[in-house]
Design a protein around this ligand. Structure first.
Ligand code: GLN
Length: 548
């Protein structure tokens, strides 16, 4: 039966709770335990799938097709455990479940209340899969004291009571601000935050404190005394040059030991951290550097493409080089002539996923630049669709080639659609049907789908296999009807859905590296297991850097 660690935050948001949870997961694994990580988000959206990337950063898609919080990406990157639909929940989902049950009459005429109905629904969710894993790490989004977070805090308090003693612990993450004038780290905000937590009945066992410097013994003792935790359970979390230092840094601070102590696990199994030492060695001692341009539309907020940034870093780890990624707003490329000065000097170009027409002409121009100048190009999802549009316009002579998506946005037909709205497809043996008028939430082609790669293609060589499975999140597809014509002009369709109807990968034989993929390979890359496409893309970038 799983032991539970509940991870909460206080003082301010964005302290790296997700990262601390992920690093703790990695450390428990290093000691031989199995782990599963979970995120409970207090917002009212049913899932983040309908939120703009500017609101919420990237939407992380699981194999089983859930659109989840980007913290699940951290969890997967640090533990290698594939997240599931049941690892992410929001108030919106909880309330919609409760209201559905109420309408069905499941509550047998009772008055439906936050306690116990909403809290029970949260607890039911927490129980899922508890027999399969040694440790369940559950992170509560937001900070203690937020109105919408209250049912979650109440639920995890009750959960600890329901379980036998010693099966649940609480870890609280706060900030120790440094006041330059007095040269001190201040503990008061943390004291207040813990007071707030205790007022709702939760006493933290472990305190993780973000601070710019090591916590001096005096402050550590003060925190232990006022917050009622052991001094060894006050863990300093300093800023790190790379997020992948987190497991080693937290281990050095004693986080995993403090957690095992709180569960009274003694003697604690010795950790094996060789995997993380190797990752850090590769990050700290690169043998070169490559510059990659990411030409997209949500470039003001790096979190919008979190997994891509990380997967590029992993590609660097695989090749022992530093990857310098620069985000370029594609709207700067409306005009063909503006491209060369902006894209000159990069060793590779990546066009990521996106929605809507804005910025797409610039991305088409970037794809053309990469194709004609023989610069390595990776197109992901929308980036693949735009590579096909570019080839249709320039190689096939279909000057008005475009995507139905852009015509839908504009409400008029301006393009010949080489990319169309998919209305029906196979998921395993099940046929899924969609209409343009469907709800926006959860209706895309989502999650893991198989693809078959053509023998001898560059893609098959990179994967070392002709059968792959990758995660999807899109509504539109490249029209297979254009396959023959485009292949005749040099754009090879090297990956297809098993029924041969949906193009999954395109590539240009003879180009150093020009690959578009309909799926999101970045979601499955890990620092200790870089995704083959990213590893090879960075290898090609490195070769390019030797040419220029
Ligand atoms: N907007 C495109 C589609 O829905 C691409 C989606 C994406 O890049 N994730 O098909």
């Amino acid at each position: 039966m799983a032991r539970y660690v509940f991870i909460t935050g206080g003082v301010v948001s964005s302290l790296g709770k997700g990262l601390a949870s992920a690093a703790l997961g990695a450390l428990l694994q290093a000691r031989g335990y199995s782990v599963r990580l979970r995120k409970l988000d207090p917002y009212l959206n049913v899932d983040p799938g309908t939120m703009s990337p500017f609101e919420h950063g990237e939407v992380f898609v699981t194999d089983d097709g859930a659109e989840t919080d980007l913290d699940l990406g951290h969890y997967e990157r640090f533990t290698g455990v594939a997240a599931r639909r049941t690892d992410s929940i929001s108030s919106g989902r909880i309330y919609s479940n409760v209201l559905e049950k109420e309408r069905r009459g499941d509550y047998l005429g009772k008055t439906i209340q936050v306690i116990p109905h909403v809290t029970n629904e949260i607890k039911n969710f927490l129980h899922i899969g508890e027999e399969e894993t040694d440790f369940m790490l559950c992170e509560i989004g937001g900070t203690v004291g937020d109105i919408e977070g209250l049912p979650f805090f109440e639920a995890i308090r009750q959960f600890g009571q329901d379980k036998p003693r010693g099966q649940c612990i609480y870890m609280h993450l706060t900030l120790l601000p440094f006041i330059a004038a007095s040269g001190e780290l201040k503990t008061k905000p943390t004291q207040h935050s813990v007071k707030e937590l205790r007022a709702i009945g939760i006493a933290p066992d472990v305190l993780v404190c973000r601070s710019e410097m090591p916590i001096p013994p005096k402050e550590r003792e003060k925190l232990a005394l006022f917050c009622n935790v052991r001094p060894e359970a006050v863990i300093a979390a300093q800023d790190l040059a790379s997020i992948y230092e987190a497991p080693l840094a937290y281990h050095a601070e004693g986080l995993d030991q403090a957690v095992l102590d709180a569960f009274m696990i003694s003697p604690a199994p010795k950790p094996n951290l060789a995997k993380w030492e190797d990752v850090i060695d590769r990050i700290h001692n690169p043998e070169g550097e490559v510059k990659v341009a990411i030409v997209g539309k949500y470039t003001q907020l790096e979190d919008a493409y979190k997994s891509i940034a990380e997967a590029l870093t992993h590609g660097g780890i695989a090749n022992r080089v530093k990857v310098r990624a620069e985000w370029i707003d594609s709207e700067l490329f409306e005009n063909d002539d503006d491209i060369p000065p902006l894209l000159e000097g990069f060793h590779a170009i990546l066009v990521p996923g996106g929605f809507g027409e804005r910025g797409t002409e610039g991305m088409v121009h970037a794809a053309r630049f990469a194709r004609t100048r023989k610069v390595p190009y990776m197109g992901i999802c929308l980036g693949m669709q735009l590579a096909v549009i570019e080839a249709s316009r320039d190689l096939l002579g279909l000057a008005d080639a475009g995507s139905e998506e852009f015509d839908h946005d504009a409400g008029e037909r301006r393009f010949t659609p080489v990319i169309y709205h998919l209305k029906e497809w196979l998921e395993g043996n099940r046929t899924i049907k969609r209409e343009v008028t469907d709800d926006k939430g959860g209706t895309m082609r989502l999650g893991a789908y198989d693809a078959i790669l053509s023998e001898g293609s560059q893609a098959a060589e990179i994967y070392g296999s002709t059968a792959i499975s990758e995660r999807h999140r899109h509504r539109y597809e490249v029209d297979i009807a254009y396959r023959e014509k485009l292949e005749g002009c040099g754009l090879h369709f090297s990956g297809l859905s098993p029924d041969g109807r949906l193009p999954e990968i395109v590539e240009i034989p003879g180009h150093p590296w020009y690959i578009g993929v309909q799926f999101h390979p970045e979601l499955k890359s890990k620092p200790f297991a870089p995704h083959p496409l990213f590893a090879d893309f960075i290898r090609a970038a490195l070769e390019q850097s030797r040419l220029v």
